[in-house]
Design a protein around this ligand. Structure first.
Ligand SMILES: Cc1cc2nc3c(=O)[nH]c(=O)nc-3n(C[C@H](O)[C@H](O)[C@H](O)COP(=O)(O)OP(=O)(O)OC[C@H]3O[C@@H](n4cnc5c(N)ncnc54)[C@H](O)[C@@H]3O)c2cc1C
Ligand code: SF4
Length: 330
């Protein structure tokens, strides 16, 4: 047993002051990740600041056709919001294919972005793991690495980022809106997630005491055609082995706009920019989709058990693009 203290923030300033006052404190939203990590001894927080009373749970339309999603909006509420379903079907689908209904009812969007990797070696508390104990090594490199990343890896960490919805947010150039002791700032969701490089213990571009207050998704007509596909070991309650967000718009026979992002293969939600560049201005057919997908995976670094992800990711991209082209979600 480890003693924990708990307080409830009345407003944003109160939340910032409470967490800022104690380096071993953490915000508590749905608690579905933080509480697990405390139990496993991975999170060293001993003071939890409950932020559930803050007015950050709305999902609102923006004037440019985009969305503002409050950090405390629950995954299930966002997934079922009509404007999300109609304008960003891949966001809705990514949420509905995450975790379980019970978890989605509790889990917040801010907490989802800040969840930590599911690498079993991080969580077992004893294996060498540079995220848990910087400098101790990485048990996954030569261990059972079937679920691990093939893009964005380093020799210090090959863990995947587990969020489904973050893949869609990266595809649509969403921003994270943060408030901290130094004021407000916004950054692209893509830049919020850090590659492991030499410092795999740093996963997010966020300082202690900074609060995510919302997510801004810019208007993007192409998103109406977006699909989210998820391959996993069982049909529910499981993280992605490979997932894809795909959206394509064709004008006068050539690709006029395209969005592609991958989950389950990168150390962060992976925007497939090389594949997008290869497709733009070219034909919208399966052969072109296959060539573009191959370009994206050229830089893959595989390990003993995750070689299959190279082919699976390419097939997922092609299937996603075909379905977006044909206007089919799944
Ligand atoms: C069995 C299981 C299966 C799952 N399957 C999936 C899946 O398939 N796909 C998927 O995407 N996810 C999955 N998840 C993860 C789940 O989506 C996350 O646990 C959840 O989204 C975290 O949200 P929360 O509100 O509970 O966060 P919390 O647990 O409350 O917080 C998580 C972290 O975020 C910080 N935090 C929370 N809110 C803020 C904020 N506003 N600003 C700054 N920091 C904040 C907390 O301090 C903590 O460090 C699964 C989880 C479980 C337990
Ligand atoms: S892959 Fe990353 S999280 Fe997993 S053991 Fe290696 S360093 Fe730790």
């Amino acid at each position: 047993m480890r003693p924990l203290t708990y307080s409830r923030a009345a407003d944003v300033d109160d939340a910032l002051a409470l967490v800022g006052a104690d380096p071993a404190s953490a915000f508590l939203a749905g608690g579905t990740n933080e509480v697990d990590l405390i139990r496993a001894g991975i999170s060293r927080s001993h003071h939890l600041v409950d932020i559930n009373e803050l007015p950050l749970n709305a999902v609102e339309d923006r004037s440019d056709g985009g969305l503002h999603i409050g950090a405390l909006a629950r995954m299930s509420d966002v997934a079922r919001t009509p404007s999300v379903v109609q304008r960003y079907p891949a966001i809705s689908r990514a949420l509905l294919l995450s975790a379980s209904e019970q978890l989605r009812n509790m889990a917040s969007m801010g907490g989802n972005l800040r969840q930590r990797t599911r690498c079993a070696y991080l969580r077992d508390g004893i294996s060498p793991c540079n995220k848990r104990e910087p400098g101790s090594g990485c048990a996954a490199l030569d261990g059972f690495n079937r679920g691990h990343a093939i893009l964005g890896t380093s020799e210090h960490c090959i863990a995947t980022h587990p969020s489904d919805v973050a893949v869609a947010l990266v595809a649509f150039d969403a921003d994270v809106h943060l408030v901290g002791p130094g004021g407000e700032r916004r950054l692209l969701v893509d830049d919020f997630f850090l590659l492991p490089a030499d410092t795999p213990d740093a996963e997010h571009s966020i300082a202690h005491g900074e609060l995510i207050v919302g997510i801004e998704v810019p208007g993007a007509p192409i998103a109406r055609r977006s699909v989210y596909l998820k391959s996993r070991d069982r049909q529910s309650y499981e993280f992605a082995l490979v997932s894809v967000v795909a959206a394509i718009a064709v004008r006068e026979g050539v690709v006029a706009d395209v969005r592609l992002a991958l989950g389950g293969v990168g150390t962060k939600p992976w925007r497939a920019r090389q594949a997008e560049a290869a497709l733009l201005g070219g034909p919208a057919d399966e052969a072109a989709f296959r060539r573009a997908a191959a370009v994206e995976l050229e830089g893959a670094v595989v390990r003993e058990h995750n070689v299959f992800k190279v082919e699976l990711a390419q097939r997922a991209m092609v299937r996603g693009l075909v379905q977006s082209l044909n206007g089919r979600q799944s």
